[in-house]
Design a protein around this ligand. Structure first.
Ligand code: MN3
Length: 202
């Protein structure tokens, strides 16, 4: 993925994730928020000839080394565009069971998917303010649950693979769930595409 970035179409309709995530939230999230991050990222790169050909993932990993003005946009809108791609890609109307390789890893480390769910939701709930909660695969092959602020992503800090992420900005749930972040997280868990999550291990 590199400049010029485009708004990816989704593999489902906005209404398909109801009742878990409502159509209006999905539409605004995709066409306003995601689109907004993308526009700002494109505008910043438009003026930076030197980085136009650089893959987004490299810009994110090397964000600390970028010129200050560009780094600021990459950290916010670059992260925003990347994170929302991950988020929307990992949703599906009929959530499949996790494939065997991923299930085995989850069982080894967390005993069961229910234990992982409990720990993941607790971590996402404990995050103060806007940000994301992630399931990350470390270089040592271990899974971990991490949070980042604003639109930051774990790849900005560590050599890890990000398997799954949930948006805990209020714009992701406020229309339907208001201040009830826990209810949103419980509902979101029902629409995770575990095939996509597992594919990110490779
Ligand atoms: Mn969002």
């Amino acid at each position: 993925m590199k400049y010029p970035f485009e708004l990816p179409s989704l593999n489902y309709d906005y209404k398909d994730l109801e009742p878990h995530i409502d159509a209006q939230t999905m539409e605004i999230h995709h066409t306003k928020h995601h689109q907004g991050y993308m526009n700002k990222l494109n505008a910043a790169l438009e003026e930076n000839l030197k980085y136009k050909e650089t893959q987004l993932v490299e810009l994110l990993k090397d964000v600390a080394m970028l010129p200050e003005d560009l780094a600021k946009v990459v950290r916010s809108s670059g992260g925003g565009y990347y994170n929302h791609n991950l988020f929307f890609e990992s949703l599906t109307k009929e959530s499949p069971m996790a494939p065997p390789k991923l299930t085995e890893r989850i069982h080894t480390q967390f005993e069961s998917i229910e234990v992982l769910k409990g720990q993941f939701i607790a971590k996402a709930l404990s995050h103060f303010g806007s940000g994301w909660c992630w399931l990350v695969l470390g270089k040592d092959g271990k899974l971990s649950i991490e949070t980042t602020v604003n639109q930051e992503n774990p790849i900005m800090f560590d050599e890890v693979k990000v398997l799954l992420g949930v948006d805990v900005w209020e714009h992701a749930y406020y229309l339907k769930y208001q201040n009830k972040r826990a209810d949103y997280l419980e509902a979101w868990w029902n629409v995770i595409d575990w095939d996509v999550v597992a594919s990110r291990m490779n």
